[in-house]
Every structure is written in structure tokens, then in C-alpha cells.
Design a protein around this ligand. Structure first.
Ligand SMILES: OC[C@H]1O[C@H](O[C@H]2O[C@H](CO)[C@@H](O)[C@H](O)[C@H]2O)[C@H](O)[C@@H](O)[C@@H]1O
Length: 583
């Protein structure tokens, strides 16, 4: 926990790192907390291939645009041990200039296809027909069945050879099969997994869900936290910490008390990670709040070219700070967004200062985690612990009110540590206290609904946009995303706004179903909120819109079964927006 006045500068870390280099393995500062020694033998050497600046291999491959997506190279398995690959690369480098053709040949000889380290697997608990959708109306009922049938397509298992020769892969082995988001996202993603699990539970796939949770437990056992995804290059950051929600959802569906008992210490361990590495105590306060924060030594390996380009606008001394803030934006799950820049400056990605904001959503998540952990202790009749976590959760509720709630606006806003004020711009993540039930005494949901209406946020035909800012980044206007739409809809519902929440569900589900029809069966990671029929594509960001898609599928199944009686508004879409007929 950082205490006292927030300094906002930390470039000295590169210096600290260079001192530490003498006693630690070279990449030690890539890790936020756990010792890199926890990595299986040889994996540190693998990580170095993809992070060590002075080796020059990563820069050569990425700067020469050998692959159009920067993530491609860092996912490639090695065809030999890392020491041998490094040795060959050094010998080649010593010969002088390496042109693109030689580089391509080197990569083809020493690296294999990304994804070849994983195998598709039929989930053991998947059956073609489930009775979960019987109460739904047509065409939602048939659609739900088709989305359900996507689970086997998205389920993967780590091949045995990765366990045997883990030093040849950036993939971190996991013990159980897992559902991936899809497309370029070939691994388990932390916060995605909660929304995927909500869908798996609707599909009654309890074994798969249990395995997903145990995979995350195994990551906490090994590293002390859950990384962004199970890749070595994600080990310097986490993501919005939703494991507690996953366990609660699983317990609610199964009543499996032994599983709860097994997982509770893991949840507490994760909380400890956030308390130790992500919390901050503001002056005059006794209750810590949380922020996303990453100590990065260099660009994100999976977006090396992009980060180097973004940082090229800055003096060299500031670059390490920016690399950390960009990785922290990835930790927030919202990479990238105007949210992490000051409202007083016009947007540019190099102005990203993620660490300088106390985010509403992370704090609401932590507040809910404390409450859920307290309830779990109560269930296990550990009353002293239950009381302790309940006390902490209540304190956080008050602090959320004090720091984030604007009485005049009727909305929560992120707190800007640099200005010491709330940053009065809307992001859909600001609705999270509704779902987390971390609202203050006397709170009325109408205040928030009124804010949404006043700012036109309920009037877009395809959903609530991520923000009101058009920055060209993927977590801004006009894009809308399944996880935050789900939290907004369920949050409004929890707070008594049933009709509004239902109408938003209809809008969102129709938006996704229209795109599904138009594209003949595609489920996407994000959508454009300004159209209902799917003609407009979501845009922005550093990669193409991906198809699959874990969290969209999960959210759709969960919403359809939350509101079984809803009907689609497809007719409206057909007349107003589409040039083609959507059946
Ligand atoms: O490669 C760029 C970034 O991609 C990921 O972020 C996006 O996809 C994730 C998987 O669906 C999702 O969890 C995240 O919210 C998206 O912004 C990745 O998580 C980032 O770390 C990575 O830099």
C-alpha cells in the first residue's frame, strides 16, 4: 500500500531495477511481486527472448512487421530450447545486417505456429440439447441454443508437451480445459472468464466452470495473483479481480460447500495481493482505495511496435512511466480509453496516466469482493472473519461515496490523483456500484437514470456506449461491450429499475442477434452502439474486431435466461437502418 501524499512519478524504478540486476535474474522487475523463481526451470529464458531489449530479436521481428498482429510472434512456440535459439540469433547478428528475408527464415526455423501448443477438447459436461432455454420466446430460444453450441469450439487444453518442455512456450500451463475468448485471444483471460462462466452455468456446464476456477486458483498458487492471461508476457499485471464473483456464481448454482471451503483462502490471498500492490491511502483517510498499477520496464511484448510508437513522442526519461501506464490500462481491461487521460487535455494515447486515477469500477469490485468473502465466511460459520470483512466492505462503501459520488451530477466518477478532484466524464464502468451494491445510504437509482437520460446515454439504438468521448480507442464512443453492458443491466435490475433494465437487455440482445444474422453466425468481442442492425462495425484499438467470443456468448445466455419473456425489436431495425433484410 502506498501511504500519504501521492507523488505521481516513478521513473526512478528503472534505476532501482538496474541496481537490482546485479543480484537478481535479469528480468526480475518484469514481475510485480512474486519471485520469477516461481517460474518453472527455463521459462525465464523463454520470457527473455520476448522481453530482453538488448537481444534485439523482438524489436527486429516487430519493427519489420513480420506479422500484421504484434501478438502473433510472442505466441509462437520455440522449436528448440531458448538458450540454443538465443545462441543462433547472436551468431547471426554478429555476421552483420540482417535483412527481412533472413529474419523471416530465422523465425521459420526457430519458431512454430501460435496456437499449436493447445488442442481443442470436447468439454465432458457439454450436451447438444439443454433444457435451459425452454421458457424463451422465438427467435431468442433457437438463437440461445446455437450460442450454447459454441462452447466446444472455444474450449482448449494445454498439450502435454508444454508441461514436459515448458521452456519452449510463452503459454503458462493450466491443469484443466478452459474456454478462450476466441480469435487472437488463444489463452484464458482473467476478467473475461467471469462473463464466460455466467454463460457456462446457464448451459449447466459445472465441470468446465469448476476447471476454469481451479485454473485461476493454480495461477494464484504459483504467482500470488491471476495474470491478465496465461502467457509469460502477461505476468507483470492482473485484470479486474473477479475470481470471487466466479466462485460465488458457481456456489449459487451448485451449493458445493466443499468447493467454497477450498477456494476461500485463495480469494483472501488475491485480496492480499491487491492490498499490498494496488492500494493507496489518501491523506486524511483511513480506508485504502485501489488503482491499476504496473511496473513495466519496457513496451508490452504483445504490442511492442505500438507501444514504442506511442512513447516516441516522449523524452526518453518518461518512457518507462508511460509503458507502465499503458500496461496498467491493459490491467484495467479497458485498453485503451480517454478515461486514463486528463479531461483538460485533448486526447492522445501518450498522455495515458492510468496509475493516476482511482477507478470507480475497481473500487466497487473490491467492495463487493469484501462483502462476498464475508458472506462466504458466514456460510462456513467462521463468524470472526465474517465480521472483519463485513466491516471493511462497509467502510469502503462510505469511501466510495465520499471520493467518487457527485451529488450535483447524480453519478460516480473516477478520482484524479493529480488534480485531487473527481474527473467529470462518463464511462460505463462508473455504473458498477449499482451491480456491486456499494451504494450509499439514501441512494436513489433515479438519480443515476436521470444522469443517463440527460446525457443521451439511453438513446443510442444499440446499447450504452463505453463513453461519450470519440478518441479512436476501442473502449470509447461509439463502442459498447458485453461485460459492461451486462453489469449495467444487472445493476439497474438489482436497484429496482426493472423495466429500464429489461429494455436495455432487449436492445443489446437484438443488436448482437442482428449482427449474428447479418454475418451468418458471428459473435463479436464488441459492437457499435450507434446502430441496431449491425451495419456499423465497432472500431478503434490496435487489433481487428475479434470473433468467438467468450464473454459475449456468456452475457447473451445469462441475459436471455434472466429475462425469458422478452421479445426482439428486429422489425424496427429492418425498416430504419438496414439495406438488407434481416430474418
Ligand atoms: O493485445 C492487446 C491487449 O489485448 C487484450 O485486451 C483486450 O482483450 C481482452 C480479451 O478479450 C480483454 O480482457 C480486454 O478487456 C481487452 O481490452 C489484453 O487483455 C491486453 O492485455 C492486451 O494488451
Amino acid at each position: 500500500m502506498s501511504i500519504g501524499r501521492w507523488a505521481g512519478q516513478r521513473c526512478f524504478f528503472s534505476h532501482v531495477h538496474s541496481l537490482r540486476r546485479r543480484v537478481h535474474p535479469p528480468s526480475s522487475s518484469f514481475f510485480p511481486a512474486p519471485s520469477p523463481m516461481l517460474l518453472p526451470d527455463g521459462m525465464l529464458a523463454t520470457l527473455e527472448i520476448f522481453t530482453r531489449e538488448n537481444l534485439g530479436l523482438l524489436a527486429a521481428v516487430q519493427n519489420n512487421r513480420l506479422f500484421s498482429d504484434s501478438k502473433y510472434f510472442v505466441d509462437m512456440p520455440l522449436t528448440d530450447d531458448p538458450e540454443a535459439v538465443v545462441d543462433r540469433w547472436k551468431k547471426l547478428s554478429e555476421k552483420g545486417e540482417i535483412d527481412e528475408q533472413i529474419l523471416r527464415f530465422f523465425v521459420s526455423q526457430n519458431f512454430a505456429e501460435p496456437g499449436s501448443e493447445l488442442e481443442a477438447v470436447d468439454p465432458p459436461d457439454y450436451t447438444d440439447k439443454v433444457d435451459s432455454f425452454a421458457a424463451l420466446r422465438s427467435p431468442f430460444r433457437e438463437w440461445a441454443q446455437q450460442i450454447h453450441s459454441k462452447w466446444p469450439i472455444l474450449t482448449r487444453r494445454v498439450k502435454e508437451e508444454v508441461r514436459d518442455r515448458s521452456n519452449r512456450y510463452t503459454l503458462i500451463p493450466l491443469p484443466y480445459p478452459f474456454v478462450v475468448p476466441g480469435g487472437r485471444f488463444r489463452e484464458l483471460y482473467y476478467w473475461d472468464s467471469f462473463f464466460t462462466i455466467k454463460g457456462l452455468l446457464v448451459s449447466k456446464m459445472y465441470v468446465t466452470t469448476r476447471g476454469m476456477i481451479l485454473n485461476m486458483k493454480s495461477l494464484i498458487d504459483r504467482f500470488g495473483f491471476i495474470p491478465n492471461g496465461n502467457r509469460l508476457y502477461y505476468l507483470n499485471r492482473s485484470q479486474p479481480p473477479l475470481l470471487t464473483w466466479c466462485v460465488q456464481a458457481y456456489y449459487e448454482s451448485t451449493g458445493d460447500l466443499e468447493f467454497l471451503r477450498l477456494l476461500l483462502p485463495t480469494l483472501v490471498k488475491e485480496l492480499h495481493f491487491f492490498d499490498t500492490h494496488r492500494s493507496i491511502l489518501l491523506e486524511g483517510s483511513t480506508v485504502p482505495l485501489y488503482h491499476f498499477k504496473v511496473l513495466a520496464q519496457g513496451p508490452r511484448p504483445e504490442s511492442y511496435r505500438e507501444d514504442v510508437h506511442t512513447a516516441s513522442h516522449l523524452p526518453e526519461d518518461d518512457r518507462c512511466r508511460l509503458y507502465g501506464d499503458l500496461a496498467a490500462a491493459a490491467e484495467s481491461g479497458r485498453d485503451f480509453s480517454s478515461r486514463w487521460t486528463s479531461p483538460s487535455e485533448s486526447f492522445h494515447l501518450h498522455l495515458t496516466r492510468t496509475e493516476s486515477f482511482l477507478p470507480v469500477d475497481l473500487n466497487a469490485i473490491m467492495c463487493m469482493n469484501l462483502r462476498l468473502i464475508s458472506e462466504m465466511y458466514k456460510t462456513l460459520e467462521e463468524h470472526e472473519n465474517a465480521a472483519e470483512y463485513e466491516r471493511r466492505s462497509k467502510e469502503m462503501k462510505e469511501e466510495i461515496h465520499r471520493r467518487f459520488w457527485s451529488e450535483s451530477q447524480g453519478m460516480w466518477f473516477d478520482y484524479d490523483l493529480r488534480s485531487g478532484k473527481r474527473s467529470h466524464r462518463f464511462y460505463d464502468s462508473h455504473l458498477l456500484p449499482l451491480y456491486a451494491e456499494c451504494t450509499h445510504q439514501g441512494f436513489e437509482a433515479d438519480r443515476v437514470i436521470d444522469y443517463l437520460r440527460r446525457h443521451g446515454l439511453l438513446s443510442e439504438p444499440g446499447g450504452i456506449p463505453s463513453s461519450t468521448q470519440y478518441s479512436g480507442e476501442q473502449w470509447d464512443y461509439p463502442n459498447a461491450w458485453a461485460p459492461t453492458m451486462w453489469m449495467a443491466i444487472q445493476g439497474l435490475r438489482k436497484n429496482g429499475a426493472t423495466e429500464l433494465s429489461k429494455s436495455l437487455a432487449v436492445k443489446w440482445l437484438t443488436r448482437i442477434m442482428n449482427e449474428w444474422n447479418r454475418s451468418r453466425g458471428k459473435m463479436l468481442e464488441k459492437y457499435d452502439a450507434t446502430s441496431l442492425c449491425g451495419r456499423e462495425k465497432a472500431r478503434g484499438g490496435e487489433y481487428e474486431v475479434q470473433e468467438g467470443f467468450g464473454w459475449t456468448n456468456g452475457v447473451v445466455l445469462d441475459l436471455l435466461t434472466t429475462f425469458p419473456q422478452i421479445e426482439t425489436t428486429n422489425t424496427h431495425c429492418r425498416c430504419e437502418l438496414c439495406s438488407q433484410v434481416i430474418e
